[in-house]
Design a protein around this ligand. Sequence first.
Ligand SMILES: [Zn+2]
Length: 97
Amino acid sequence: MGLQGGAAPVVAGAWRGSRRCGAMQHEMRAEYEEGSSGRVAGAPVKIWHMVRGNGTAAMCGRELAPDAETQDADLWATGDSGPFCHSCGAMYLREVP
Ligand SMILES: [Zn+2]
């Protein structure tokens, strides 16, 4: 008797991408003060840039560390999660009305 199993394995971990269907996905990526690395927990974020997909090149052209912290693009220009890069903001708002 009894049914067993059937539960789908839950993949825990690294996938933090947004599930929204969009033409183009963006996410914020942190730039740190010189000498700081994203690997250091609590490293001060100098400014947040916007990148397309999950690349490391900001829309303003700056190369960011692949291990830098990221944030959901929905948080752009909200509350006190900044400061934000103005160049990225201008381009981002042009792509995402
Ligand atoms: Zn930027």
